[in-house]
Design a binder for this molecule. Structure first.
Ligand code: UD1
Length: 374
């Protein structure tokens, strides 16, 4: 094949939860001689610990372009991505743009592509929390409504898409690409010295891991206080490692809650951790308390009980088949489920179908097959 005959595929990543999804995809695309791949980083996340550390941990090549959009209101950030991505896309002129997940970069770049008549592939399509107050839910619905290829992680996502009138021919149940990354990095994560760095060795056989960053949980003082009412009780029974997201750090400081989060009170707060560090802790934890999307799936794969501090989840299979329990924001409910785990309970769960490390290969096969037919 002549180099100029190669299919061009542009992959977009913008924020922390995107990086573990593009890593296996870029690797797989680069391994195919018929494809020329370009990686765009929108710069939605930009701190070392929120971005560059993930590229290093996951061996993602340097992006071909970084749009460096940075933070802002949703409108500002989305608008900036749209206007700076357009010329980049026109220059590379790919046959397909691949977007992943549900962040502002996902919808912004999908929108630019379809308006230029370029096909969009959405990886992690069809997930629905049915909560339109979540910015991610709007991003998911909009991206799915304009995408040409909808790659899903679980059967429920297929159902959601069909119910929204998306033709079956566009929907492909390929499994969970984040699990490709987890499988590839699990043994590598064993050697990471994060427990030593945290000075946590004596507690390392029994601890909880906490992540919290959803605006609906952290931006309102009363809500955040109530969540920490429960977490303080849990931390008095089980030491909790808490990597603090920048949004959460700002709110904890603003609401005067940071002072409570001491090691005497059972909290081991630290910077946002890298991928391998988080995986190392997750795999060894007694339970995970989180409002993250991806961590619900990672704990299901690892068989670790997960309490999700949200009223809903878009990742239903983690509840119906995996180790996840939706505990909401009621302190009593959070405590009840945490106590069950501490007393030896907690869901055992099973690994969902096709969460086995081969999702990137399935996606790339489908794309090439479809481009060959055009
Ligand atoms: C974004 C995603 C969310 C994802 C989360 C993971 C959207 C709508 N939201 O939310 O789905 O779960 O990322 O982290 O796309 N900040 C830094 N350094 C950074 C990035 C952000 O300090 O590298 C600070 C900024 O002050 C910013 C705040 O964190 O205002 C929030 O960042 P932003 O990207 O707006 O939203 P997230 O809450 O991170």
């Amino acid at each position: 094949m002549n180099i100029t005959d190669r299919y061009r595929i542009q992959v977009v990543a913008g924020a922390r939860p995107n990086f573990m999804k593009v890593a296996p995809l870029v690797r797989e695309l680069k391994s195919r001689s018929e494809i020329e791949v370009s990686l765009v980083h929108t710069g939605q996340h930009y701190d070392q610990g929120m971005s560059a550390d993930f590229f290093a941990d996951l061996g993602i090549p340097e992006p071909d372009i970084n749009l460096e959009v940075g933070s802002g209101s949703h409108a500002q950030q989305t608008a900036k991505i749209i206007s700076s991505f357009e010329p980049v896309l026109m220059k590379f002129n790919p046959q397909v743009v691949v977007v992943v997940g549900d962040v502002n970069s996902t919808i912004a770049c999908a929108l630019v592509a379809v308006k230029l008549g370029i096909e969009v592939a959405h990886v992690e399509a069809g997930l629905r929390s049915f909560d339109r107050d979540m910015p991610e839910e709007i991003n998911r619905i909009m991206t799915d409504s304009i995408a040409h290829y909808l790659f899903t992680t679980e059967p429920e996502a297929n159902k959601n898409l069909l119910a929204e009138g998306i033709p079956d021919s566009k929907i492909f149940l390929v499994g969970n690409i984040m699990i490709d990354t987890l499988v590839a990095n699990l043994s590598k994560s064993d050697a990471v010295p994060i427990i030593e760095e945290l000075g946590f060795k004596e507690y390392s056989s029994r601890f909880g891991l906490l992540t919290l960053h959803r605006p609906s949980n952290v931006d309102d003082k009363k809500t955040l206080e109530r969540i920490f009412d429960a977490l303080r009780e849990i931390a008095s029974l089980l030491p909790i490692v808490f990597p603090v997201h920048p949004r959460t750090k700002a709110r904890l400081d603003e609401f005067g809650l940071s002072g409570q989060l001491t090691t005497e009170n059972g909290f081991w707060c630290c910077r946002p951790l890298g991928y391998l560090e988080t995986l190392h802790l997750c795999k060894r934890s007694t339970m995970v308390l989180t409002d993250s999307g991806g961590i619900q799936e990672e704990t299901t794969y690892l068989g670790i009980p997960c309490l999700t501090i949200r009223e809903n989840t878009e990742r239903l299979i983690t509840v119906t088949r995996g180790t996840n329990t939706l505990v909401g924001r009621n302190p009593q409910r959070i405590l009840t489920y945490a106590n069950q785990i501490l007393m030896g309970g907690g869901k055992k769960g099973k690994i969902p179908d096709k969460w086995n490390g081969r999702t990137a290969r399935r996606i790339v096969d489908i794309l090439i097959n479809s481009l060959d037919k055009q």
